[in-house]
Write a protein that binds this ligand. Structure first.
Ligand code: ZN
Ligand code: FE
Length: 255
């Protein structure tokens, strides 16, 4: 029985995700921006909530944890490195470790950069990676706590997942991300058509997430910083991959 992924819009532009195994009814939540829309989605589907997996400490990813834990008795998991600033954890997770959810392996990846201790959850049986504010649809999170080389390293490891992996990211920033990406690669045909699809999806009130990694590799400028044509376009033909990434991130911060 395949795992089902449900995207739950929260707050103004956040996304939470439900991961549900139909054979035994188990459901996990990835990030809890607020409780109410998640409780409503669970109630509509008649699902409980066994587990909450936290990606990082920012309030827009954890504000609903305590209420949901209280309502459902869910086990809360988060990074050991971030435990001091997360809600109380029932188990802590290390980079490179794995655990089992409803019979399925979940791999824990440190993707620090946006914050130190930001983790992603890769679930091979779901063909999905829950990346929150690391790799985002047509973009990436701002580098607040880590370094540019660290963020580039985190994105590079996500980029090495199977190309068909669905990237389940934490915000609906895709339209602005694509507008920025077109300033970096105005001739990228895949990006031009993605931008049109994003505009159409948003006009129809549809989310632009999850997105396949293959599409990110073709259109997300932050994953393309290693390409010689990208470096040439930036005017930095001799730059290292991390330096090229940093230049794109700086331009986005000022966009
Ligand atoms: Zn964040
Ligand atoms: Fe966020």
């Amino acid at each position: 029985m395949p795992l089902e992924i449900v995207t739950v819009p929260c707050r103004t532009d956040n996304y939470a995700y439900l991961l549900h195994e139909a054979s035994n009814g188990a459901t996990a939540l990835i990030d809890a921006p607020e409780a109410a829309p998640i409780e409503a989605e669970l109630a509509a589907r008649g699902w409980g909530l066994e587990a909450i997996w936290i990606t990082h400490h920012h309030d827009d990813h954890i504000a609903g944890v305590d209420a949901l834990r209280g309502a459902f008795g869910a086990r809360v998991l988060g990074a050991a490195a971030d435990a001091h600033r997360l809600p109380p954890l029932d188990a802590t997770l290390e980079d490179g470790s794995a655990f089992t959810f409803a019979g399925h392996e979940v791999q824990v990846m440190d993707v620090s950069g946006h914050t130190i201790g930001h983790i992603a959850f890769y679930v091979p049986d779901a063909g999905a990676a829950f990346t929150a504010d690391s790799l985002m649809a047509c973009g990436c999170g701002r580098v607040f706590e880590g370094t540019m080389p660290q963020m580039w390293g985190s994105l590079s490891r996500l980029a090495a997942l199977p190309r068909e992996t669905l990237i389940c990211s934490g915000h609906e920033y895709t339209a602005a991300n694509a507008r920025f990406a077109l300033t970096i690669e105005p001739q990228n045909a895949a990006l031009i058509s993605r931008n049109e699809a994003i505009i159409a999806a948003r006009a129809a009130g549809q989310p632009t997430v999850p997105s396949p990694l293959a599409l990110e590799l073709e259109t997300n400028p932050f994953l393309r910083a290693n390409l010689p044509e990208m470096k040439a376009g930036l005017g930095l033909p001799e730059a290292s991959d991390a330096e090229a990434f940093a230049e794109i991130r700086r331009r986005k911060d000022a966009f």
